[in-house]
Design a protein around this ligand. Sequence first.
Ligand code: F6R
Length: 379
Amino acid sequence: EKQGFKHFMLKEIYEQPGVVRSCLEAYIDTHWTAADHTHSPIRLNLPADLYADLQHIQIVACGTSWHAGLVGKYLLEQLAGIPTSVQYASEFRYAPSPLTPHTLTIGVTQSGETADTLAALAMEKQRRSGHSAEFQARLLGITNRPESSLGDLVPHIIDTHAGIEIGVAATKTFVAQLMAFYCLAIDLAHHRQVIAPTQLEQLLEGLQQLPAQIEVVLESQERYIEQLAHDFAETQDFIFLGRGINFPIALEGALKLKEISYIHAEGYPAGEMKHGPIALLDAKVPVVAIAMPGTVFEKVLSNAQEAKARDARLIGVTPMDEHEAAETFDTLIPVPHVDEILSPIVTVIPLQLLAYHIAARRGLDVDQPRNLAKSVTVE
Ligand code: F6R
């Protein structure tokens, strides 16, 4: 069943190019060009009134799905211009945000069975009862398991096409959730006419290239990251830094490492380091910085320099060439040049591999980490 891979997690990491391809095939009209701008290139099969007068989106989720929600917020705000909030389902349940008829609530859960996420959505359903049918319908689930309790609860689903995931650490389901958010944000941006047709065409071209770019990272980096993992088998603390759309990827890199290698790790928005966490740094704490060219590139590099000044070993996930990167980073994990807005799909891959290989190196049960279950069906 593992098809030659040592663990399901590694197999699922390698399934990611295929998962992204399936999402592209399912939801995007590949023949669309800017000349076709009167209709959307996205086919999510959602009813048109879901988008009417939308003024706010609230996303509820847990764990890795919550990280996908944070990337979703970036896309929904920056591409579609819709104010979006992302809440931990376990917090939201007991302190829900005020609701307006113009709010769309999105629950993100790969298993479709997470108790807190289901309870938060059930509460939202309840809060809408007695209101217009249109308002009651403003609930959307994003999952790879449409035949789940989530599927029974909400009127609309985006099936992420990731299939069942066996490794407890979410990998391919996360990337698939991101794809669902790209589709939703692009579709909304088109509907609201807030994206230029040429920009949309470029985005679609970029999306089409992602499977091959993930393959490049897998082929060129896996052995190298396996080697690199040797250096960290005894490490006790790790810091992951990112900004903008890659801040949630820093959180995700830290979560992957924590859950399967049991190494303490924290993800931070790089600009927050100087407000406290920088006090943690010394030569024993490696820092992984995600530095993708775009709006916050220079900022991330200067935040990374601040960490380096505290003797931290700096590892850069970046498309910079070796020579250029050597000015800032001690260790380079090269990734292809990808448009900043699409980059999380590529930057998360080496972080998954790093967590995997460190845990494997430590001889841990990667697919069944201690204290964790694949579905968290209790509160
Ligand atoms: C992380 C992980 C958990 C889940 C979380 C939510 O690798 O697996 O953090 O992401 O328990 O699970 P779902 O997405 O099933 O709601």
